[in-house]
Write a protein that binds this ligand. Structure first.
Ligand SMILES: Nc1ncnc2c1ncn2[C@@H]1O[C@H](COP(=O)(O)OP(=O)(O)O)[C@@H](O)[C@H]1O
Ligand SMILES: [Mg+2]
Length: 394
């Protein structure tokens, strides 16, 4: 999750930074990225390191077609990040290029590549800073969010980067949910099973769980596919203070093309609205869809709960794996308690949709996590010893 940073709070460090940025040698872009990695103010999510730089210097600004001396963000993927979500498009930058002309209030991409990208920095704070989870979200922001959903429903497939092979066809709502479940199994559960399989199995999540879920996906009403963000939570929304465009929408890495109810479901779960606001948001979404693409709201009352259930089901993998990896390193009792709580919460949420009979006692969960940690520390120690031995030999 990101931290909110106001660009004007960073001036002390930035003066020095920008002094040196004008001394760029060699390839100006590569130099700037290296410089940002050293001197930029870092915020990190689960998949990227973001380095915020208050000024993009004259020559490079001109090269990238941006206003000189204005703030930018350098985004660098974390290479050994846990793979916890399937991705429809491998490179966010390609999608961002496509969105520049058809979706408003997305930070402009100045340059994008595999190793790094540079985006315009939007001055403001994340919504989570002014309105933390469980707090009532102002109507102005709900309007901005539902307007975004309306725009996304009208983006044409041909304006997007190509989809993976054998992507289900628009209108095939069950096919889309089935594809999501199969991708979760193939791209999240399977590659991580070698490392986390014993832990998941000992918590009551056997290896065939998600595949079995995919086979049980029920028939659903047809809805036309739309561009989906799928990760609209309070840390990915920048509050600008400008009434004409109150929110900017960040972080399009998990974007996809499919059933619009999937986007609404991930949004409702990840935003953590207060209970009595959630139904207002659903109605606001329905109203917008009725005016731009009425068929998108077909079957909402029966099918939205299915996507919400899937969101809880799939998150058992990231939630358990992240909690476990947070225990590597020094063992701290408070941290252990927090991670036991996180695992228990994830298991209870996933229990019904996945048909699990999970371990739910805190004591058993703690024991499973500690067993896993002990094995991992042993493997780590073994690797370290091997490395030392090799160094001594050659
Ligand atoms: N263009 C931007 N304008 C303002 N703040 C930004 C911008 N991009 C990122 N941030 C800050 O960095 C954090 C992480 O950025 P994000 O794009 O969500 O990456 P991640 O993949 O790491 O979650 C955000 O929560 C926000 O605080
Ligand atoms: Mg983010």
């Amino acid at each position: 999750m990101g931290t909110a940073i106001r660009i004007d709070e960073r001036s002390a460090q930035d003066g020095e930074c920008c002094g040196r940025a004008s001394e760029a040698r060699g390839d100006a872009y590569e130099w700037f990225v290296d410089h940002a990695k050293q001197c930029g103010r870092m915020t990190s999510g689960h998949h990227n390191l973001n380095f915020l730089m208050p000024i993009l210097h004259g020559d490079l600004a001109e090269q990238l077609g941006h206003l000189p001396n204005s703030p930018v963000k350098v985004r660098v993927p974390i290479h050994d990040a846990l793979q916890v979500v399937p991705r429809t498009w491998r490179h966010e930058a390609r999608l961002l290029f496509a969105l520049q002309d058809c979706v408003p209030n997305v930070p402009a991409l100045l340059k994008g590549g595999r190793a790094s990208s540079v985006h315009v920095y939007v001055d403001g704070v994340t919504l989570s800073t002014v309105c933390p989870p469980e707090k009532w979200v102002d109507d102005v922001y709900i309007q901005a969010l539902t307007d975004l959903f309306g725009v996304l429903a009208q983006v044409r497939r041909e304006d997007l980067p190509p989809l993976p092979l054998r992507w289900p066809r628009t209108g095939d709502s069950s096919g889309y949910l089935r594809r999501l479940a199969r991708l979760t199994d193939a791209c999240v559960r399977r590659p991580n099973w070698g490392r986390f399989g014993t832990l998941l199995a000992s918590l009551g999540v056997p290896p065939n769980t998600m595949r079995a879920y995919a086979e049980r996906v029920p028939g659903m009403q047809p809805r036309p596919y739309a561009l989906l963000h799928t990760d609209l939570h309070r840390d990915n929304l920048i509050v600008t203070g400008d009434p004409a465009r109150p929110l900017f929408f960040l972080d399009w890495e998990l974007a996809s093309y499919g059933d619009p109810l999937h986007d609404l479901a991930t949004h409702l779960v990840r935003m953590r609205y207060p209970d009595d606001q959630q139904s207002d948001v659903i109605e606001a979404w329905r109203d917008v869809m009725h005016s731009v693409r009425p068929e998108a709201a077909t079957g909402l009352d029966t099918d939205l709960p299915r996507y919400i259930a899937f969101e809880h089901a799939q998150s058992v993998y990231p939630d358990v794996m992240r909690a476990a990896t947070r225990l590597l390193g020094d063992l701290d009792v408070n941290n252990l308690d927090t991670q036991v709580g996180a695992v228990r919460h994830a298991l209870l949420k996933a229990q019904k949709p996945l048909g699990l009979r999970p371990v739910d006692g805190r004591k058993e969960i703690r024991a499973a996590l500690l067993d896993w940690r002990r094995d991992q520390m042993r493997i780590r120690g073994g690797r370290e010893a091997l490395r030392k031995w090799r160094r001594g030999r050659f």
